[in-house]
Structures are given as C-alpha cells and as structure tokens.
Design a protein around this ligand. Structure first.
Ligand SMILES: N[C@@H](CCC(=O)N[C@@H](CS)C(=O)NCC(=O)O)C(=O)O
Length: 208
C-alpha cells in the first residue's frame, strides 16, 4: 500500500493521477500547506525541502519525495507509462516539466492569480514565459500525439495538472489547437478524472 502525503495542487495531483492510472492501492494523508503543516518535524523527516508530494511505499518502507522522482518510481514499480525503449525521450519531457513548465507556470500563478498588482515586472515576466510555454507545447503536440511520442507517459501525467490550471493562466487554451486536443483527450481518461478529484470530490479538469 502506498501512502500519499499531499495537497490539492498540480504537483499533488500528478501522483494521485498516476496511482489511479496504475491501479495501486493508496491512502491519502493531507498536508495542509496553508497552515504550515509541511514544516512539522515529522514531515521533514520524509520531505527535506518541506514540500508535497511525498509517498511512503509500505511494502518496503521506502519514502520518496519530489513528484518527478515519485512518477519514475511508480512507473518502474508498475511497468507502465515509462517504456524502456523510449526512456531518453520521456526523461527529456519529464525533466523539462520539472525544471521549466511547472516552476514557471507556478510563478505565473503567484503574480497573476494570487497577487495581481504587486509587481508589474513579475506579472509581465511570467505571463510572457507562460504564453511561450503554451506555444512551445502546442508546436510539439502538432508533431506527436503525446509529449514524448505516440504513447501517453509519465511526462504527460506530470504536465497535465499544470495545464489544467488554464483558467488561472488567462492565456486562452482554445487558441492552441494541439495543446487543447491533448488536454481534452487526457481529461477524458477515467483515472485522470478520479486522480484529479482526490481531495476535492467531484472536481473535474476544467473545460477550456
Ligand atoms: N519539485 C517539487 C516541488 C513541490 C512543490 O513545490 N510543492 C508545493 C505545493 S505544489 C509545496 O509543498 N509548497 C509548500 C512550501 O513550499 O512550503 C515536486 O515536484 O515535488
């Protein structure tokens, strides 16, 4: 059984979606990051940077932090969404999500959604980068069905919950035909719907 320490955020949703996709049994332990629960000593033992998500695999008592590492671990354990023959491609898109797509869209959330009017520089910078990301993903998805090729992989699972915040981004997902096609197709997966609503029952990926 997997224990998922998480909160209802894009990084948190990546793992509940993956767990639903691979059909592993899991239980969710909520970490209230708005009430500083991530800084509790007990949690810091398994999360050195005090961040969600973290999992404990109770089968071998192993704890893993960082959503990218968790996705790889679960893919290796299940043998799903991480085809050995395509690993370099998948790693490339997963690392780009972890180091670029997620962090930049996350900054856009901070400046545009949570704190508008506080920093013109911050708002403009991350709005511009976020639009670039939409454009860049759209180009990739005009050439392949999923990010790393013809198959749905952990790179798509890692990226999807970030694009699912499209309403906050205020960019207009509909304008990006290929990104939109990818988003709608993934939104319709039963496991994605279940994983998406892991904390807020009934929450669905918002329609563009
Ligand atoms: N690289 C980490 C980033 C995780 C992350 O930023 N988590 C946020 C929520 S989405 C968090 O726990 N924030 C609480 C804090 O930083 O105090 C991952 O992908 O797991």
């Amino acid at each position: 059984m997997i224990e998922l320490f998480s909160a209802n955020t894009p990084n948190g949703k990546k793992i509940s979606i993956m767990l639903e996709e691979i059909g592993f049994e899991y239980k969710v332990t909520k970490i209230d990051i708005n009430n500083q629960e991530q800084f509790k000593e007990e949690f810091k033992k398994i999360s050195p940077f005090s961040k969600i998500p973290v999992i404990i695999d109770h089968k071998n008592n192993k704890s893993i932090f960082d959503s990218g590492a968790i996705l790889i671990y679960l893919a290796e354990q299940s043998g799903k969404f991480y085809n050995k023959k395509n690993r370099t491609e998948i790693n490339q898109w997963l690392m780009a999500q972890m180091g670029y797509v997620g962090p930049m869209l996350g900054q856009h959330h901070q400046f545009h959604h949570y704190n508008p009017g506080k920093s013109e520089f911050g708002e403009e910078r991350y709005f511009k980068i976020s639009k670039r990301i939409y454009q860049e993903l759209d180009i990739v998805l005009s050439k392949s069905k999923f990010l790393s090729g013809k198959d749905y992989t952990i790179a798509d699972i890692g990226t999807f919950p970030w694009i699912a915040r499209h309403e906050w981004h205020d960019i207009g997902l509909k304008k990006y035909e290929n990104l939109m096609r990818w988003y709608l197709e993934i939104s319709e997966r039963g496991a994605v719907k279940k994983g998406f609503s892991f904390m807020d029952k009934g929450e669905l990926p918002p329609k563009p």
